[in-house]
Structure formats: structure tokens, C-alpha cells
Design a protein around this ligand. Sequence first.
Ligand code: IPE
Ligand code: MG
Length: 211
Amino acid sequence: MDGNGRWASKRGLPRTAGHSAGEESLADAVRAASKRDVDYLTVFGFSTENWARPRAEVRHILGLHKKLFGRIEELNENNVRVNWIGRPFDEPGSRTPVYVQRAIRNAIEDTAKNTGMVLTVAFDYGSRSELTRAAIQLAKSGADINPENLQKHLYDPSLPPVDVLVRTSGELRISNFLLWQIKSAKIYFTERPWPDFDAIELDAAIALTKN
Ligand code: IPE
Ligand code: MG
């Protein structure tokens, strides 16, 4: 969900206003996707690299995640089940504050019975960390080292391969997101910053999966 900062700068607003607009855009995207033929929507909310941003910006983004995970009523209305991938909270180096951990746990619990789209939020996520951890766990397990067995040690082994990857804001790169899972993904690049991503863009991205 890239381009929040640029969206704000263009309007003479602080970057934090861009992140807030981005959170609204995500709520819209979740609603739109849940009404379409989308079984899984996985979004990059906060990366392992994002901790390096200015403290006030990080605090604002964390607050927005708390808000996002708190939208239980809306998620339930749309039959959306919340899921999360990222560095486990009990692992050395985990920096996720307890109030965000609690918001994530509650959202998962309070939407667990929903049967529609699975919304996975990647928070404190980095693909290389995920794969390194999976490799270590697999080696320790003593099982054969092959792709099928490595898959079992991903943060969420049940996530299917990605059909289409969306990158907003004119950035033509991947940035450490789901590197294993995007093996055969189509890629939808758009110039629009994330706050301007709408249902028309979503349909264009989905259309890539049809051919
Ligand atoms: C994406 O917007 C939000 C996060 C990475 C949390 P950016 O903050 O990267 O916005 P730009 O790239 O500076 O425009
Ligand atoms: Mg960016």
C-alpha cells in the first residue's frame, strides 16, 4: 500500500494524513474485494524495515493498525475473516507493542466464524525473515528439505499462492513482500498512490487473473 506520503505531500498535508487516508482506502478496498470473487486479500501494512521511520510516524501508523483491527462490526458485516502474518510476538527482536498485539488477536478471534474473504494483514513482516525462519525450522525438524516442506514453515502455510500482486504509486518493485508466494503471480502496477486506489483499479487487477 505505497504512496501515502506522496499523496499527502501533493496536498500540502503531513505524511500522517496520507497514512490516515490510506487506512480509509484499505477499508474501501476490503469492502469492494469482499463483494467480488476474491477469497484472499493480503495487504502489506507495516514492514520489518518500517521501524526505521521517524518515531511519530511509526506511532501514527501503529495507531491506524489498532483502528483497522478494531473495525470488527464492518468486517463481520462483510463476512471477512481477519488473519495476520509477521514476526511472531514471542520471538527475539519482535517490536510489536502489546496494544497492537492485542488488537490483532482480538480481530482474529472476533471474526473467526466468518466464512467469506480472508483478509491477511502483514504487520512487522519481511519476506526474507519469513523464509530464513522457515529454513531454520525445516532444517531443525529433520524432514527432507524441499519446497513442499518449506511451505509448511511459512508464517501462514494455509495461504494459497498469490494470483495477482498490486503495487501502487508508480513503484516498479517488490520490496520484500511474499517472495515465495508470488512465484507465478501476475503483477498489477498503477501510478495511483494507495489512498486513490479504488474499485475500478481493483477490477483491473482482478481482470489480470482471468487471462
Ligand atoms: C505506504 O506509504 C505506507 C507504509 C509504508 C506504512 P509510504 O509512507 O511509503 O508513502 P510514500 O512512498 O512516501 O509516498
Ligand atoms: Mg513508500
